[in-house]
Design a protein around this ligand. Structure first.
Ligand code: PEP
Ligand code: MN
Length: 363
């Protein structure tokens, strides 16, 4: 897949390069008083850099609170005047972009329900053309990495280079402890494909409950994500949207005290040398493993030829059973998780069968 993006590093536009990018604020702007109160309380924690508040709220069902709309833009402008925080809000239509930029909002984000629709994303991209403002793109609600990348490309092609992704999880298909399943392999794959793209995690929308914010946030940092967006409200229980997942500013600080921010690299030279050495050893072992698998497959091929000559079935269940038990036991003696060993040998065995089938059915 050919992805070519022109991305300005986040360190060029974020307020403090030493810290992860931390966005905090209520799910929705509800009143001028609530917005200002939230911002002044959040500002007390030096780690908070950006104040979020949704003005145009995409709600799943009608007749819920749908946001205060452009009236709230003045409240965000007051937050900027009265605190050190930058501001951000969600844009879902072209007209939101112009209104937010005119009101001095510093950063825009595109919501999960908008990212799913290329027409909407394109409308936003067209409205962004000619502006220089950072834009964060949330993942689509469905686990479709291409759709997420496509939205990022549309915004980038409109000339926005200060760009980042927000991982907020995916609608679960079956019962889940999460409001939105994190499916970490998707943001990890995004990072692999576009390493220069910053990814920020939104543990509030993934977890859907206060208790899950800390462990999800930790996992995000363990996976090298660059920041967090945490919904923070002065009175979460009475919030007009997403009440269960919002935390007070005090609880936000407590969560941030607990989460350990890990760096992809360490300034400590000894650490870097040891890491390199250990990785070198791992690379060697992996190579040996590949060689051994190839050798093993060579033996499997010989067996297949023999079975073919003697007209014997490919699968001998008793042998497979015995092999699996033996490997699991040996693994356990070396403190390897039995599930792990079983999964590996199931794969090895399946592939041996497939190879034998090819050989035995060849004419
Ligand atoms: C939000 O950030 O409040 C929001 C609506 O998020 P999402 O688009 O991730 O559902
Ligand atoms: Mn919300």
């Amino acid at each position: 897949m050919n992805i070519s993006l022109n991305i300005t590093p986040m360190s060029d536009w974020m307020p403090n390069k030493e810290l992860p990018l931390l966005i905090a604020g209520p799910c929705s702007a509800e009143s001028e008083e609530q917005v200002l109160k939230a911002a002044h309380l959040i500002e007390r924690d030096h780690r908070a850099m950006i104040f979020r508040a949704g003005l145009w709220k995409p709600r799943t069902r009608p007749n819920n609170f749908e946001g205060v709309g452009k009236e709230g833009l003045d409240w965000l402008a007051r937050v900027k005047r009265e605190t050190r925080l930058l501001t951000t809000t969600e844009v879902a239509k072209g007209e939101h972009v112009g209104q937010a930029i005119d009101a001095g909002v510093d950063i825009l984000w595109i919501g999960a329900r908008t990212t799913v629709n290329p027409f909407s994303v394109q409308e936003i991209a067209d409205a962004l053309r000619g502006h220089d403002i950072p834009v964060l793109v949330k993942n689509p609600i469905n686990p479709d990495l291409q759709l997420w990348i496509g939205a990022i490309e549309r915004i980038n092609q409109a000339g926005i280079t200060k760009i980042g992704a927000i991982h907020r999880g995916f609608t679960p298909l079956s019962q889940s402890i999460y409001r939105n399943d994190p499916t970490w392999k998707i943001p990890v794959e995004l990072k692999r494909l576009i390493p220069e793209l910053p990814i920020i995690c939104d543990p509030s929308h993934i977890g859907g409950s206060r208790e899950l914010i800390e462990p999800i946030g930790q996992k995000a940092f363990d996976l090298q994500m660059e920041g967090l967006m945490i919904e923070t409200h002065p009175d979460p229980d009475n919030a007009l949207s997403d009440a269960r997942q919002q935390v007070t500013p005090d609880r936000l600080s407590a969560i941030l005290d607990t989460i350990v921010w890990r760096h992809p690299e360490a300034p400590n030279k000894n650490f870097a040398t040891t890491l390199e050495q250990l990785r070198g050893e791992i690379d060697e072992i992996d190579e040996q493993m590949i060689n051994l698998l190839a050798q093993r497959m060579g033996l499997v091929e010989k067996i297949a030829e023999d079975k073919k000559r003697n007209n014997v079935t490919i699968l001998q269940v008793s042998r497979y059973e015995q092999l699996l038990n033996d490997r699991i036991k040996k693994g356990e003696r070396q403190s390897l998780n039995p599930e792990f060993v079983k999964a590996i040998f199931e794969q090895v065995h399946q592939n041996s069968i497939r190879r034998q089938e090819v050989i035995m059915n060849a004419v």
